[in-house]
Ligand binder design. Sequence first.
Ligand SMILES: Cc1cc2nc3c(=O)[nH]c(=O)nc-3n(C[C@H](O)[C@H](O)[C@H](O)COP(=O)(O)OP(=O)(O)OC[C@H]3O[C@@H](n4cnc5c(N)ncnc54)[C@H](O)[C@@H]3O)c2cc1C
Ligand code: SF4
Length: 586
Amino acid sequence: MTKQLPRVDVVLVGFGWTGAIFAEKLTAAGLDVLALERGPWRDTPSDFATTFAQDELRYYWRHGMFQEASQDTLTFRNNSAQTALPMRRWGSFLPGNGVGGAGVHWNGQTYRFLPSDFVARSHNEERYGPLPADMTVQDYGVTYEELEPHFDYFEKICGICGQAGNVDGETIEGGNPFEGMRSDQYPNPPMRMTFSQDRFAASARALGLNPFPVPSANMSRAYVNPLGMQLAPCTYCGFCEKHGCGNYSKASPQTTIIPVLMQRPNFGLRTNSEVLSVEKTPDGKHATGVTYVDTSGEVWFQPADIVILCAYPLQNTRLLLLSEIGTPYDPRTGEGVVGKNYCYQVMSSATVFFEDEYTNGFVGAGALGMVVDDYNGDNFDHSGLGFIGGGYIACGTTNARPIESHPVPEDVPRWGSAWKRAVRENFLKTTSVGVHGSSMAHRSNHLDLDPTYKDVWGRPLLRMTYDFTLNDRRLTEHLTPVAEEIAHGMGGAHVKVNARRGSYDSEPYQTTHNTGGTIMGTDPASSVVNRYGQSWDLPNLFVTGAGLFPQNAGYNPTGTVGALAYWSVDAIINRYLPDPGPLVRP
Ligand SMILES: Cc1cc2nc3c(=O)[nH]c(=O)nc-3n(C[C@H](O)[C@H](O)[C@H](O)COP(=O)(O)OP(=O)(O)OC[C@H]3O[C@@H](n4cnc5c(N)ncnc54)[C@H](O)[C@@H]3O)c2cc1C
Ligand code: SF4
């Protein structure tokens, strides 16, 4: 039997980066806010102490902080002709679980999408002519210029370390010459680079490219953010990605926002509480709150005036579908919106093996790297290339986790004494140049509810239908040789190319940059939410996160996810609360 709880002003579903951002701003505006998080409480001293935070077996291989597949999973297939099967072990991406979400174990590479990324359809059609009919690329409905103050604020909350390339229209040497105009510098200087980045930068420059430091949420120096939270200088311990930071050196919800929030009397948090559905008024025109289940199996109804989905693109999409909010997308007709434009990214790389020089890859950090943007977005002429979009090319030294990292040249056997010798010889002498490619929306790639498989509560699992598209394949074929050329110029003895071929494979880790499914736009016929993240169907329901992206850019998503969250919460406080109702009339 469902028990009813006292009403709150706002209920947040999920408490990662986006949940923390909404909670902080809405409680500061005086609202009573409750966050429901399906995972446990997590904090730096208790859960990421430096004495055990680097346990690779526990955290990476045994998925110590990620969503358990036994708790919830999805089914996967490459195309609609196949039968989707449940992912019984997460591989290609690793959804977060627990307070802080994936913001606990992210790397911290914090980019702003390019101005042209927000107008991908109109910009590319204007420059190159009509896009192919099955390419369902759309404009966001919000521009880079509108988001700029919110990018800036998120960077200050996180203390991002980087080199600006364009402040108030002035091009600055050493920064990204392609970036959109910034109102301010990064709050902190770039991280200190290692041998690998210096060699990458020299090789890229020799090819006429423009290397700059990866904007990093790993601190280059001590920093105090606008909320008074203190971050410590990074020790380059190399256990950032897939691990929590015990050193208070990586910006996460825990180190930048949550301690301030927990002291506010108008904020509440319930952990181990999984939201099952969003409830509506009988006419289906307003959200009344959410139903959730706690660990004892008790089911509760939490009434709220405003519901905000902060549960990551996959869960946000599933909750809308399960709650029968919005029309599900149908790839055969192209009609419907929920689940539409699921996108991912296309990765490839070139490994450089040095003979007598040491790269010492164990000295690293999640966002330590040099990068070139010359082949990203529309920073180069695509005429005659047969694809749009692009990617950045970077040399990052994020880690050398000993169980995972054992790069050896192609001609080495895959086991036995020769393999062991090669691992010994190369472990300290390799680095990698990676391509991080965009993913353009395609009519066939989508999310819906699985007709066969159900979770422990008897609800259909989410079904993912996804494969790399012709655009993706052409993109990776164009960019991987550039990475190879840079790699050859770095002075190593040997370069091994790890190209992206064949269909998308859900097993090897690629990125946790799943996007789409709850896309934003200018029209209810082609988007789930309006330009403020407000549902077209229920004006007191907001959705946030990378599910809003109509297609995925070449960058890591969280800088743009943070900016969009601040943009939406600003609209709730300054536009919705004074006059509750639709913020955009179709
Ligand atoms: C290993 C790794 C490295 C990454 N590195 C980078 C990087 O360098 N740069 C970058 O830009 N991005 C990176 N990312 C991605 C980044 O972590 C995400 O973009 C970001 O955390 C998304 O924030 P979010 O609030 O949308 O979702 P999350 O952080 O995933 O938070 C969602 C929360 O909702 C909870 N939840 C889900 N369903 C329910 C439900 N039904 N009821 C209640 N709670 C629920 C989840 O448990 C979770 O805590 C990385 C991700 C991973 C996993
Ligand atoms: S590399 Fe730096 S930011 Fe990352 S976990 Fe180690 S100390 Fe923390």
